[in-house]
Design a protein around this ligand. Structure first.
Ligand code: DGL
Length: 270
């Protein structure tokens, strides 16, 4: 048993969708979350910039005595995970491998779709992970850059004409490719599950990368006999921009109120 906290970071608040899954699977764990809201979005940035930001985010998190880190950000996971793991010090789990493994297990036709940010798609990380697990699978990957701002504007309900129009256009090539499994490779996309599911139809299984990564993190801790055990867990959030703004939007992603549990951090110091 190990009561030390799990660190989670993301470019902003979206990573709270993964924290929601962590809290569902491991309600006794203590979680320290960092959202880099002063520098969001990460999704269009170069690998060099992403690695610089991710290392600062890790350095801040490692100022706590953590037992593990979950990189909730799809963009950082796809571009920098190996570097962060090589930096050492604490076990680091990303979202790509667990989601690729689940997709390989789920698909019946061998045709898998991926939607994510531009930098995630450009990294080719999912294709590499899939080819290691099941080289016969065909992956169709598409960037959907308008999804993040639309979710943050609350345009995520089925029937909302703006999100429905954008989503239909983005998803058309995936429907054409005949995928039967679709990886939602970005923190914000679980909020679009109903919209995307409605367009893709009931024959397509949607994979939530945050949920798969949370399960992988739980398995890792269980293997190391490092779960927190009994008791009520907690969550403490840090943001590089205004704490009040963070707390206001956070409940959309986390499904719980964070009032009084968000603090500002000057990430440039790390
Ligand atoms: N958190 C990012 C991801 O999952 C999406 C938002 C951004 O572009 O920073 O890729």
């Amino acid at each position: 048993m190990n009561p030390r906290p799990i660190g989670v970071f993301d470019s902003g608040m979206g990573g709270l969708t993964a924290v929601r899954q962590l809290r569902r699977l491991m309600p006794s764990e203590h979680i320290i979350y960092f959202g880099d809201t002063a520098r969001v979005p990460y999704g269009n940035r170069s690998r060099e910039t992403l690695l610089q930001y991710a290392r600062q985010d890790m350095r801040f998190l490692r100022s706590f005595d953590l037992k593990a880190v979950l990189v909730a950000c799809g963009t950082v996971s796809a571009n920098c995970l190996e570097d962060l793991q090589a930096d050492g010090g604490v076990p680091v789990t990303g979202v790509v491998e667990p989601a690729a493994a689940r997709a390989a297990e789920t698909t019946r036709t061998g045709r898998v779709g991926l939607i994510a940010t531009r930098a995630s798609v450009a990294s080719g990380a999912y294709e590499r992970a899939m080819s290691r697990i099941a080289p016969e699978l065909k992956v169709t990957a598409l960037a959907c850059p308008l999804f993040v701002p639309l979710v943050e504007e609350g345009r995520c309900q089925p029937g909302d004409v703006v999100i429905e129009t954008v989503a239909r256009e983005y998803l058309a090539p995936l429907k054409e490719a005949g995928v039967d499994t679709l990886i939602l490779g970005c923190t914000h996309y679980p909020l679009l599950q109903d919209v995307i599911g409605g367009i893709m139809g009931p024959g397509v299984q949607l994979i939530d990368v945050g949920g798969e990564a949370a399960a992988a993190c739980r398995n890792l801790l269980a293997e190391q006999d490092a779960l927190a055990g009994q008791g009520t867990g907690s969550i403490c959030c840090y943001t590089s921009d205004r704490a009040a703004n963070f707390a206001r939007l956070a409940s959309l992603f986390l499904g719980e109120d964070l009032a009084g549990r968000v603090e500002h951090v000057d990430i440039a110091q790390y």
